[in-house]
Write a protein of this length. Sequence first.
Length: 507
Amino acid sequence: MPRFIIVFLTLLSSVAWAQKKPNIVIIISDDHAYQAIGAYGSKVAHTPNLDRMANQGAIFNHAYVTNSICGPSRASLLTGKYSHINGFKDNETSNFDHHQDLFVKQLQHNGYQTAWIGKIHLGRELQGFNYYSILNEQGHYFNPDFITSVDGSAEVIDRPQGYVADLVTDRALDWLETKQDEPFCLILGHKSTHRTWMPDPKDFGSNDTKDFPLPETFYDDYSSRQAASQQEMSIAKDMMLGYDLKMFESPQKMREDGNFKRMSDTQFQQYVDYYQPIYEDFKKANLSGKELAEWKYRRYMIDYLNTAESMDRNIGRVLDYLKEHDLEENTLVVYLSDQGFYLGEHGWFDKRFMYEESFRTPMIAQFPGVIEPQSKIDGMVLNIDIAPTLLELTGTAVPKDMQGKSFLSLLQGKKQQGRKQIYYHYYENGEHAVSPHFGVSNGSYKLIRFYKRVDGWELFDMKKDPQEMRNVYQDPAYQRVVQKMKKVLIKEIKAAEDTDALEILGK
């Protein structure tokens, strides 16, 4: 074949490749803390596949959520809008309106096949997806119910036998098998590492012998922070020996618990064999006070990290699939959690507060040829920014009413600065007794306004006090900062069109 023809065909092939729409895979976990990922500096977590993503792509050091709770976080991801605009403010009273515009609907208009598989926790009868197979509500770790619909067909409910991370990934890979010749957007929702932290039995023992140093703030006394003092998510006083840590008096009592009723006899026996000897040793120790609190912390960390093992392994299965099927080069993969989580900081588990461990989410992205390997992205981004970023990447028009801001230029390494400040609003006024609040952070200072349960303000100097132990709102030395941050807060509230917050401020 003449050389000029070969060159022409090569150029033609390159043009065709360049014009090929990129695929998207979003993997969203539940309550997975950045402190529990090796790439974020954890010395105890075993996350080789998340670390592999970070090595091949970019890790976000300042990714945040607009509302630190699972359903609202996913609603913001889908809509690119704050909770008060998309209508899903909390898990207790809100119902998600699937008729509203979603970024996946825009992708469908641009020729994409879309799917959500796994946990979504935004009700049923999804829109914007050619296929969905979702967990019923929170879902279960063992033998979970799936609600499935294909191209708008009637929903089918089934209960496969197995562990949830494996089952979700199996369905995701099965769907990908049929979508390799057309652009796709797959969202894979893991249940891990949601309370009550139930590991796959094959991961029992994976983290049991490790040392877990107490966080410096474990014995926080919450002085100057009234809302923090009134919460009900303390490892010492609120974490339950049975429900949370599987410390039951007998196998019969364990079997009565809702998480164990749906297990097969084999699955249940594996749990009995692992946890009953731990319970017997615990009972003999007869712990109390600080010894009991620290024992509970250790067992919490073991269960939490053991539960994360299966999720990381299954993330590896997805990455391997993309590589083996020549999809890796043209696929953006994004990993994030629905928010951060407390791993003993301030003596807590759970999330909700605008304090850093809850407010900040892990986020890692890889896309060969677009994202430089081993990148560190320090610009501040919000989870509502993901939707417009994906639309810009795929050449899809971004709706004018979408409140997020694309960070594609950050992914491409074209600039370093993200948002100058970020706005947060947490609404739920029930479980764990966390007072509703809203606030703003510019990276140097964080201003928070609590209301309902607690009526008051907090200001933190994030450079001098990154662990947020000292509320300096009343400190005379910070009054100019208070006034400046209040102006920033009002500006962000108005930009977000949060009329509820304005009313609370009396503006």
